[in-house]
Ligand binder design. Structure first.
Ligand code: ADP
Length: 199
């Protein structure tokens, strides 16, 4: 039987663009990278709240909802760290394709791991933000007491202590949080990304 519909696939599939129009935003992945204690999670949560209050539709991906869920079988070996980032990137991409602004908050210490994330997510949608806080400050904050454990050898391969952190080469934003409040950091991010997420 001849179909009267000459574009069956396009009619059936709801495209990312359709979802973005419905949500009134351009979907992006804001990829926060930086040392432990640099402020990624704090900024991610404050940014999520601010964007949401301004009418956007954001979603944070962090250790709380990824490491304890889909990635709970992964450790901190080189292979597991790679797999961790690969799964995070695939999840971010699913949200992205749903029209959502993703804020990801993971150390992602190597240039290679962030390049892999960018490859999966797509370079036009991957916005790398360097939460640039000096090691001394992160160590002084020692939010979770992890630096102390790393220094005493209780934790091995800790980023910044006995495992390298490679700074981003060309991030869209180099956020120097040292002399900023969380709100000022969020302001700076919003200023940069607003033209990219606003429809
Ligand atoms: P990470 O997620 O990178 O490991 P956290 O967000 O858990 O880091 O911890 C950062 C700590 O630094 C928090 O206690 C936060 O209150 C503090 N802090 C001070 N100034 C800032 C700032 N400008 N941006 C983010 N966090 C800050």
């Amino acid at each position: 039987m001849a179909s009267t519909n000459i574009h069956p696939i396009f009619d059936r599939l709801v495209q990312q663009e359709d979802r973005e129009k419905r949500l009134g935003q351009n979907a992006k992945v804001l990829w926060l990278t930086g040392l432990s204690g640099s402020g990624k999670s704090t900024i991610a949560q404050a940014l999520e709240r601010r964007l949401f209050n301004e009418g956007f539709f954001p979603q944070v991906l962090d250790g709380d909802n990824i490491r304890t869920g889909i990635n709970k079988n992964l450790g901190f070996s080189v292979e597991d760290r790679e797999e961790n980032i690969r799964r995070i990137s695939e999840v971010a991409k699913l949200y992205l394709n749903s029209g959502i602004i993703v804020i990801s908050s993971f150390i992602s210490p190597t240039i290679k791991s962030r390049a892999a994330a960018k490859e999966i997510i797509g370079k036009e949608n991957f916005l790398e933000i360097f939460v640039n806080t000096p090691l001394e400050i992160c160590e002084k904050r020692d939010v979770k007491g992890l630096y102390k454990k790393a220094r005493s050898g209780e934790i091995k391969n800790f980023t910044g202590i006995d495992s390298p952190y490679e700074k981003p080469v060309n991030p869209i934003l180099d956020l120097k949080t040292e002399n900023q409040t969380v709100e000022e950091s969020v302001d700076e991010i919003i200023e940069h990304i607003y033209p990219l997420i606003n429809i």
